[in-house]
Write a protein that binds this ligand. Structure first.
Ligand code: C2E
Ligand code: MG
Ligand code: MG
Ligand code: MG
Length: 290
């Protein structure tokens, strides 16, 4: 009943229509106009190599500044997925990332890879591969500068359907990470068939370290990933203690507030410059000591 009214588009103010649905419809329209009005932008969170402690790249995280205030992804991504607005939004995000990489290049700044989050809805109903090719061509990127993060909360059946698309992206040179790993439905045997290069341990396990269950899961995922020759990254690393547990479990890369929160583009280049300067400083000090 409610759905029919939604489709008619007239009786939006019917009191029977539940509040949630009304909010979702309003949000859907807001997303659509937000894309046109350039209200979406990206922040970049560094990823750190566990052994060298040098940044290897970053994850692009979308932000939405509406005239009424900012809205976080957890509040609008699910609605964007449900309404399929994630498809034009995802295209926009891919272009924003490409444009930023090109700007950084003009400033002679090497950001490492930039990981872009992509929902199953985008892979199933949009043209992620086409968007990727457009962006690589338009901004003259090297193919490996873009990483695709696909969340594991995708059903096995969906995974089967999206595997050919992931394979196309992989063959074109993008790296592919399974995000929030450990929370979804990937069967171990299926993982072997997926053209992925990285596994990203979900924050919920990192948060509970060194509690024994979380430790066991973090360890199992590291073992599995390395057995399959994948790069293992942990998200949501907030403390030195968590980092040292993860390092001892063989994690290759870290991302989290311990190193940096999601940053504006200028802050990200400052962050990388500062780290490499500290590094030079350390080398100079050593030379002087010798
Ligand atoms: P995600 O891809 O797992 O992103 C990691 C989230 O953890 C981000 O939240 C990030 O800000 C947050 N985070 C990073 N380090 C820490 C930490 O040390 N501690 C804690 N407590 N949190 C940390 P954010 O930016 O709110 O994004 C939430 C989710 O929204 C993302 O989860 C992703 O699934 C989705 N998302 C974000 N940007 C995009 C996008 O451009 N496209 C799509 N399709 N989804 C996106
Ligand atoms: Mg992600
Ligand atoms: Mg994640
Ligand atoms: Mg997560």
């Amino acid at each position: 009943h409610a759905k029919q009214e939604k489709l008619s588009g007239i009786e939006v103010f019917d009191p029977e229509l539940d509040k949630k649905l009304l909010e979702n419809i309003q949000m859907e329209k807001k997303i659509s106009s937000g894309i046109k009005n350039n209200e979406f932008f990206l922040l970049y969170q560094p990823k750190i190599d566990a052994s060298t402690e040098q940044p290897v790249g970053c994850e692009a995280l979308v932000r939405w500044q509406t005239p009424q205030g900012s809205i976080f992804p957890d509040q609008f991504i699910p609605i964007a997925e449900e309404s399929k607005q994630i498809i034009p939004l995802g295209t926009k995000i891919m272009h924003l990332a490409g444009e930023q990489i090109a700007k950084w290049r003009e400033q002679h700044f090497t950001p490492g890879h930039v990981a872009i989050n992509v929902s199953a809805v985008q892979l199933l109903h949009g043209d992620v591969y086409g968007d990727y090719q457009d962006v690589v061509e338009r901004y003259n990127l090297s193919p490996g500068e873009i990483q695709i993060e696909i969340t594991e909360s995708t059903t096995l059946q969906q995974l089967e359907l999206i595997t050919p698309m992931l394979t196309q992206l992989r063959d074109a040179g993008a790296t592919i990470a399974i995000d929030d790993f450990g929370t979804g439905y990937s069967s171990l045997s299926y993982l072997k068939e997926l053209p992925v290069t990285h596994l990203k341990l979900d924050r919920s396990f990192v948060k509970d370290l060194p509690e024994s269950d979380a430790l066991a899961i973090a360890k199992a995922i590291s073992g599995l990933g390395h057995a399959l020759n994948l790069i293992i990254i942990a998200e949501g690393v907030e403390t030195k203690e968590q980092a040292s547990y993860l390092k001892s479990l063989g994690y290759d890369q870290f991302q989290g507030y311990l190193y940096a929160k999601p940053l504006q583009p200028e802050q990200y280049s400052d962050f990388l410059n500062r780290i490499s300067q500290n590094d030079n400083q350390a080398i100079t000090d050593t030379e002087q000591a010798v």
